[in-house]
Design a protein around this ligand. Structure first.
Ligand SMILES: NC(=O)NC1=NC(=O)NC1=O
Length: 172
């Protein structure tokens, strides 16, 4: 879609198209629709980022809780959204050794017990080794730090999903 076509979508169509740019969080798309017309893809991403940043602490944690674990139960059951399936596959998370899988599962569990929300990272920008080292490092942080770090990753995931939908116009 060009940004001009995006700006013509009514709220229902906009939700159909952008409803999952933030995983399982249609509210983000529903909230930013009223900012149209969007000047360009950067403006659209900026409004989503501002929506996420303006959420209270509990809201930020809630957005993180809407994310499926990396190589977690849903992934192993083949029940991830199309976007998450593709992202987790691109990081090589669908071909982990038994050791890697048990390490990731254990660390994810440890992280979730500590923070009460899952470890979130942009899988399209991190291969499995970066994911494992990121998780090992970030589990040492505070809940406040990890809420912010998780939301930053959600913004990266969102930007890539938006880029799959909106053709950025060549600068005229
Ligand atoms: N817990 C996660 O980080 N999940 C995910 N990151 C992605 O990039 N896709 C996911 O499903």
């Amino acid at each position: 879609l060009t940004i001009a076509e995006v700006n013509k979508l009514d709220s229902e169509e906009f939700l159909e198209v952008f409803g999952n740019v933030v995983e399982n969080c249609k509210l983000a798309a529903a909230a930013v629709w009223s900012h149209r017309p969007f000047r360009g893809v950067d403006h659209l991403n900026q409004t989503i980022a501002e929506f996420l940043d303006a959420l209270p602490q509990k809201g930020k944690e809630g957005v993180l809780r809407c994310h499926p674990d990396l190589a977690g139960r849903l992934a192993q059951a083949g029940q991830l959204t199309a976007e998450s399936t593709q992202e987790q596959r691109s990081a090589g998370l669908d071909s982990l050794s038994q050791d890697e899988l048990s390490t990731l599962t254990h660390l994810n569990q440890q992280y979730k017990v500590k923070f009460g929300f899952p470890f979130v990272i942009c899988a399209r920008l991190n291969k499995k080794d970066a994911i494992l080292s990121g998780l090992t490092e970030r589990v040492k942080h505070s809940a406040e730090e990890e809420t912010l770090a998780g939301v930053e990753e959600v913004k990266k995931i969102c930007r890539l999903r938006v880029a799959d939908i909106v053709t950025s116009e060549a600068k005229l």
